[in-house]
Design a protein around this ligand. Structure first.
Ligand SMILES: N[C@@H](CCC(=O)N[C@@H](CS)C(=O)NCC(=O)O)C(=O)O
Ligand SMILES: [Fe+2]
Length: 293
């Protein structure tokens, strides 16, 4: 990995979405400064097919209250469990929508699965910026570094900003473990290697989760540290070998149902959060491929 100068440490404000167990973040240096928004949620009701913006509006209110300037709207990956609110946030707050450069692979897979329109581009150009492994970015005075951490999907990124890492779907809280690896292009062995790379960072590094699926009896939490994960992550603490992890992850993945929103979410998220082009009557439609997943 290239040399990383942490620079200043960010203030991190988390927003937990109880409908999808997703945590969105606003990351900034101080009031009045530039900021990044990470993994926003567009509310979606699968029963009615309606979207809503209550979750995104909470981010907008926070940004305005703290007089922040949005530079980046970051996605850790093409989420399978919620729709991204990135275009709505960009419209209201500005900023560039960025995701990992591997999104092109994911677009290729799902263009086939959803038999998307021939004009659907597989070059990631729906996003404002594609970030490569180790690529540096700035949020005002804050230093960011993109880390490619595949395994859950081929294109997952973690974003290191100062002493904080937004781990996306790699690790979950120590008592929850790790992300599933059974989506198209997912791979447990690859996830193990990605996670070990995160766990090679300094022990005091703050780690911010993309989801929490709390066990019975505890409320949602999203912040832990490299040291805490190395000591106690139920799937991948120090001492768990790659083969042991792969056996556990593969067995567990066989027991998991698909996320409720995987079909709408992927279709929208590989378009950087835009709905499919409206049909002649002005309505946008989402597809359900039968017996494809
Ligand atoms: N019940 C949730 C499951 C979501 C899900 O599968 N989440 C993925 C991340 S996108 C995961 O890694 N889950 C791990 C697990 O459920 O053990 C839903 O329907 O949305
Ligand atoms: Fe995910």
């Amino acid at each position: 990995m290239c040399q990383y100068n942490e620079g200043m440490n960010p203030i991190v404000q988390a927003f937990f979405d109880p409908a999808t167990w997703t945590v969105s973040y606003v990351v900034y240096e101080a009031d009045g400064a530039p900021c990044a928004l990470i993994d926003s949620v567009l509310d979606y009701d699968p029963k009615s097919g309606r979207t809503a913006t209550a979750s995104a509006d909470r981010l907008i209110a926070f940004v305005r209250e703290h007089r922040l300037r949005v530079e980046w709207i970051l996605e850790t990956h093409a989420h399978a469990d919620h729709l991204s609110a990135a275009p709505y946030l960009r419209k209201h707050l500005g900023g560039k929508i960025a995701i990992g450069a591997g999104i092109r692979t994911v677009q290729g897979v799902f263009k086939k699965v959803f038999n998307l329109e021939p004009q659907f581009r597989l070059d990631g150009s729906q996003f404002d910026r594609l970030l490569a492994d180790n690529e540096a970015f700035a949020i005002g005075n804050l230093r960011g570094q993109a880390m490619h951490v595949p395994g859950h999907t081929p294109a997952d990124m973690a974003y290191r900003i100062g002493d904080a890492v937004f781990v996306g779907d790699t690790l979950f809280m120590p008592d929850v473990g790790t992300a599933r690896c059974d989506f198209p292009g997912g791979d447990a062995r690859t996830l193990y290697r990605s996670v070990r790379r995160v766990l090679d960072l300094p022990g005091e590094t703050r780690l911010f989760m993309c989801h929490d699926y709390p066990p019975e009896g505890r409320g949602p939490r999203w912040e832990t540290s490299v040291a805490a994960q190395r000591a106690g992550n139920i799937h991948i603490r120090d001492g768990v070998s790659e083969d042991e992890f792969v056996a556990m992850r593969t067995a567990r993945d066989r027991t998991l149902a698909m996320p409720t929103l995987i079909l709408p979410a992927i279709q929208v998220n590989i378009r950087a959060g835009e709905l499919p082009p409206p049909e002649a009557n002005g309505t946008s439609y989402l597809k359900i491929p039968v017996n494809a997943l």
